[in-house]
Design a protein around this ligand. Sequence first.
Ligand SMILES: *[C@@H]1O[C@H](CO)[C@@H](O)[C@H](O)[C@H]1NC(C)=O
Ligand SMILES: *[C@@H]1O[C@H](CO)[C@@H](O)[C@H](O)[C@H]1NC(C)=O
Ligand SMILES: *[C@@H]1O[C@H](CO)[C@@H](O)[C@H](O)[C@H]1NC(C)=O
Ligand SMILES: *[C@@H]1O[C@H](CO)[C@@H](O)[C@H](O)[C@H]1NC(C)=O
Ligand SMILES: *[C@@H]1O[C@H](CO)[C@@H](O)[C@H](O)[C@H]1NC(C)=O
Length: 464
Amino acid sequence: MASSCLAKLFACCCWMLVMVHAVDDGEGGAGMETGELLALFEVMGALLQDSGWAQLHPRPCTDTPWLGVQCEMVQDPYLHVTKLHIGPDVASPPCKSSARLSPAILRLPYLKSLSLLGCFLAADDESVPLPPSLFTNASSLEQLVIKSNAGLAGTIPPSLGSLRRLRVLCLSQNGLRGDIPRELGSLARLEQLDLSYNDLAGSIPAEIGGLSSLTILDLSWNGLRGEIPPSIGQLRRLQKLDLSCNNISGRIPAEAGRLESLVLLDLSRNSLAGPLPDGLSGLRRVQYFLAESNPIGTAIPRFLGAIKSLMVLDLSGCGLSGPVPPFLAALGNLTTLSLDRNRLSGKIPCSLETIPNLDQLNLSQNLLTGELAFSDEFVRRLGGRLDVRDNRGLCMNPPSHRNPLLPFYSQAPPCLTTASSISNSGPETNNETMKSISNTLRSNHATLIAGLVVVVIIAVASGV
Ligand SMILES: *[C@@H]1O[C@H](CO)[C@@H](O)[C@H](O)[C@H]1NC(C)=O
Ligand SMILES: *[C@@H]1O[C@H](CO)[C@@H](O)[C@H](O)[C@H]1NC(C)=O
Ligand SMILES: *[C@@H]1O[C@H](CO)[C@@H](O)[C@H](O)[C@H]1NC(C)=O
Ligand SMILES: *[C@@H]1O[C@H](CO)[C@@H](O)[C@H](O)[C@H]1NC(C)=O
Ligand SMILES: *[C@@H]1O[C@H](CO)[C@@H](O)[C@H](O)[C@H]1NC(C)=O
């Protein structure tokens, strides 16, 4: 007991000495201003386990630097803390279990970048909120990244909207709840907004349209509801829009087609209804169009054929019906086409194999019919990435593709045996499809029978 008290006293004395020393130093030359230095010690003390941080780093801007602290000379002769970063890469463990964001942070007026990764990890009952009072219009913050903090809960403070200089706001992978505050819409300089992987609810505020500098908007993996606000079309610089894994409903607004800088659009796993507006053909740069698992329920929209920049098109599980349209073959940059888990019917257009870099084609779990007639070369190139399983009406003329290396292609039965079941197939098959199928079947029959005759002749001739 006594020795530990002594140790504490000693530590305390050292601390005082360090402080006096640091403060003395800081008053002149290239040092720091006293108030700012003390504020930094306070902020670090509230976060880090290591109570001796101030002792080890009495002059954090000069002689005793720390990887997570950066200083800059701004106007006056003093060095100012401009960047504070705490994460597994600079401290281990990053923060103490009772870590808090100290109000002393307000006394770091030159702080441009604050990042806290994996810092607040306390259990639910001890979770930490983001104190609203820490964010004011006097702040210099340009970058605020508070990420992967399971113990950070509560709501997003509306006061974040007063950080006028903010360019990056990332609050991803925390336990944040409640609505997205409309006040964030006033962050006119914001380039990146990432609120993914939280428990946010409510709808996307229309004010989001005010983020005129935004290039990245990621609201994925939350519990967002309501409709996509038409004001989203105002985000002319937006390159990435990820709203996947929420419960957003209604139709996609036609205004979204004005996002002419958009490269990635991910609307997967929501409750979005069809039809998709033709205006989306305005997405002239989009390479990733991902809308998997939404109740869209229409035919594959024609406008998709006009988006020549498309590389990955994923419309799996969208309740799509009608044919796999040949116009998709005009998408020359397509590498991945996922149309599985729909109600697509009719024949698979062979022209798809003319897409030069097509590397994944999933048409499984549909109502496709007719002969599988891709070339051997195409089938071999895609291998297991060509999936046509679970289409009852598909058949193939044996045996060239029967190769164990092509697991998802070669499972269709030979056309001869399925012919009658196809021509009697259910009401889903429309008139035109029916005609084309029965035509194909007729010609397939002819080929097959001719083939069999040849086989029999050869067999007889060779005396088997
Ligand atoms: C900042 O906020 C204060 C009070 O909160 C207000 O008086 C001041 O006008 C604001 N400054 C700017 C530039 O908006
Ligand atoms: C999604 O929202 C709809 C109403 O728009 C609701 O009926 C449904 O239960 C919600 N689904 C989930 C998983 O919350
Ligand atoms: C297709 O890809 C090539 C190579 O990446 C690119 O130069 C071209 O612009 C793309 N075409 C379209 C229409 O985006
Ligand atoms: C194709 O889609 C089905 C259904 O979604 C899925 O189970 C299967 O793994 C996919 N095939 C490939 C090769 O990705
Ligand atoms: C099929 O087409 C014929 C005329 O070509 C029409 O009379 C008939 O109603 C159509 N059947 C269906 C199910 O659409």
